[in-house]
Design a protein around this ligand. Structure first.
Ligand code: COA
Length: 472
């Protein structure tokens, strides 16, 4: 069924914008310090396999590629046009794109509605809509697709590859967050900068990513505001149960609201209205950037938790207490270990260990105890998910523990139960934490962050339950 306000041609052509077969860069400068030059360089260096057409009337060749005076001179169909010329020239270039019949446009250029130049922005959109050419931007950093190795942006490199599509209203934030993806092993499929979103808004991207993009299983959004609230709600409701959506909404403070206005020309709106809309549309909300990544990472790597019964397994009592507090705070309060499971868990701890929830294997816990305890818990019907905590000690090898946790997680997958891990320590645990994430196991440095990630998996489980009820 169609969603009012969601345009079919946009959904169809987003394929050409996000996975283009050919790209023209307008404003492909001869100067290596200019954005247009860097975009061509990024396309080449990222390993993009499609055809690249630099456009600059003053150049014959850029970075070894033949240069064209206008998009109209390119002797081939063009899927995506990336525009990086000053604002006063953009309207003319968009007109030429319309005459050429390109499939989509990304406008990097700033200097439109965010600085009060709404008139020119509207004129550009009018031309594009008349010719059914969707526009991303203006005022964006570009588009990155890690699956197809395409960096059509001036961000320095592609993100660490994974299944999360990140949509951001802030371009600079994207550049910073790409660095984090490598540092923290948060895998992204696509990064889409939408800036002033003069034409394409969040809702159409959500519909495309949910229904047409097999490379994405989770959608993460940094949002300042939208004028298309009903479409956003409907797109999120339609995505619910298919792919989780996590949104970090910024600009709720008085001055924050003013800042969003001058940044992307968006009205931030009241926190109450947004929060109610997100709740109604099955959106998982994030509090800050770490929270956005932490939740999206867990949702992209693990199945949802289909019961409230979360078991914490730790080798440190303090870490267990912190996890217990966090579980209550984030809506998944711990309950007692089922008695028959408690009995079985005794095999994997010394007599002074604790089988209560949190289960304390004690500081002398070795990798086989971790493995045994996790597998027992996974197999128990009254356990819906497991948070595994490891505090580094001088007598244990984090990698050996990590490997056994990974083996146990493979069994958990058969039972469709999520596992989230917390590794506490310094450099000694960093390598194993990253390795665990590469194995598909979300791993965090504090009990609270691990519990919050599990709470997001439970929240998504509840969303699935609500949708099933709605359909009955
Ligand atoms: N078609 C193609 N190229 C054209 C052109 C046309 N009609 N007219 C001019 N050009 C060429 C220029 O000659 C120049 O190439 P050259 O350096 O080889 O001479 C190139 O396009 C770029 O034009 P220039 O005037 O040098 O602009 P610029 O590169 O300094 O700035 C922008 C262009 C888009 C980068 C700038 O206007 C801008 O908006 N910057 C902010 C971008 C931003 O922050 N976006 C948001 C990110 S979050």
């Amino acid at each position: 069924m169609r969603i009012p306000g969601i345009r079919d041609y946009v959904i169809e052509k987003l394929q050409c914008i996000l996975n283009p077969r050919s790209i023209a860069v307008i404003g492909a400068s001869r100067d290596p310090n200019k954005i247009g030059h860097q975009i061509v360089k990024n396309l080449i260096e990222s390993g993009y396999k499609g055809r690249i057409y630099p456009v600059n009337p003053k150049a014959n060749e850029i970075l070894g590629l033949k240069c064209y005076a206008s998009v109209k001179d390119i002797p081939d169909m063009v899927d995506l046009v990336v525009i990086s010329v000053p604002a006063p020239i953009v309207r003319k270039v968009v007109q030429e794109c319309a005459e050429k019949g390109v499939n989509g446009i990304a406008i990097i250029t700033a200097g439109f509605s965010e600085v009060g130049n709404k008139k020119e922005e509207d004129e550009i959109v009018e031309i594009a809509r008349k010719h059914k050419i969707p526009i991303l931007g203006p005022n964006i950093v570009g588009i990155l697709n890690s699956t197809y190795k395409m960096n059509a942006s001036f961000a320095p490199k592609l993100p660490f590859s994974g299944k999360i599509a990140l949509i951001s209203q802030s371009g600079a934030l994207i550049i910073g967050l790409i660095g984090w993806t490598w540092l923290y092993r948060v895998g992204l499929s696509k990064v889409i900068s939408i800036g002033n979103k003069a034409d394409i808004d969040f809702s159409e991207l959500i519909v495309y990513l949910t229904e047409k993009d097999p490379d994405t299983n989770t959608i993460a959004i940094y949002m300042e505001g939208t004028d298309a609230g009903p479409e956003l709600v409907e797109a999120c409701r339609r995505a619910a149960g298919k792919k989780p959506i996590v949104i970090l909404k910024a600009g709720f403070s008085k001055r924050g609201e003013l800042a969003t206005m001058s940044h992307t020309g968006s009205m931030a709106g009241s926190a109450r209205i947004y929060k109610a809309a997100f709740l109604q549309s099955y959106v998982i909300q994030a509090e800050d950037l770490f929270d956005l990544y932490d939740k999206a990472l867990a949702l992209s790597l693990q199945p949802p938790a289909m019961s409230d019964r979360i078991l914490v397994i730790t080798n440190g009592g303090g870490a267990g207490v912190l996890a217990t507090d966090a579980a209550e705070k984030y809506g998944i309060p711990l309950s007692d270990t089922p008695p028959d499971l408690a009995e079985r868990l005794k095999k994997y701890m010394p007599p002074f260990g604790s089988t209560k929830n949190p289960v304390d294997l004690t500081g002398q816990a070795n990798e086989d105890w971790y493995y045994g305890a996790i597998v027992e818990a996974v197999k128990h019907p009254d356990v819906g998910g497991i948070v595994v905590i490891y505090c580094h000690t001088a007598i244990t090898d984090p990698m050996k523990i990590g490997v056994r946790i990974s083996e146990a997680t493979k069994i958990a997958r058969d039972y469709k139960k999520p596992i989230v891990v917390c590794f506490i320590g310094g450099r000694e645990v960093e390598g194993t934490s990253n390795w665990l994430k590469e194995q598909g196991i979300p791993t965090y440095p504090t009990p609270a962050r691990a519990i919050k990630a599990m709470a997001a998996l439970r929240e998504y489980g509840r969303i699935i339950e609500r949708i099933k009820k709605r359909q009955q």
